[in-house]
Design a protein around this ligand. Structure first.
Ligand SMILES: [Ca+2]
Length: 151
């Protein structure tokens, strides 16, 4: 199936970031956003650590999207209530939970995908209807040869 032609603004986070996030200022539902990242040789934004969330917030600031809701790869589509990152299957460990206050609330019983949004000074997470059309963020795919070899 041919992907729709999408005109986007790509914003690169500065080189100080351990990870680059690309914020796409086009409104897509979560599924199409996920596929669009893949079609670009990227993957949907995945926040594994606190510092990565810091860089994500920087990406929001630098792309002028601090007041926007932005899709990231968290979802519980595979198992209701068990949110994982779609890109790597890892759970949103309690250590790294950065939920917006009173989220996830599964409002209306149909909130299965996660968007980031600003709360005070930090990017926080909210579960939302996957069919909503939001801006979205991608990142570089992780290197496939970054395994540590000990001798
Ligand atoms: Ca919610």
């Amino acid at each position: 199936m041919k992907l729709p032609t999408i005109f986007v603004t790509i914003v690169l986070v500065s080189a100080v970031a351990a990870k680059k996030f690309y914020v796409f200022k086009t409104h897509l539902n979560w599924h199409l956003a996920f596929r669009d990242c893949e079609a670009r040789g990227l993957q949907m934004a995945t926040i594994n650590e606190w510092n990565e969330n810091h860089y994500f917030r920087l990406a929001m600031e630098q792309s002028g999207t601090l007041n926007e809701w932005i899709w990231i790869s968290g979802t519980d589509l595979a198992s209701v209530g068990n949110f994982t990152w779609m890109t790597n299957g890892r759970p949103l460990s309690s250590i790294y939970w950065l939920w917006f206050p009173n989220e996830p609330n599964n409002y209306g019983g149909n909130e299965r995908c996660i968007n980031a949004m600003l709360h005070r000074t930090e990017a926080k997470w909210n579960d939302l209807d996957c069919d909503k059309k939001l801006y979205y963020a991608c990142e570089d795919k992780p290197s496939t040869c970054d395994a540590t070899v000990s001798t």
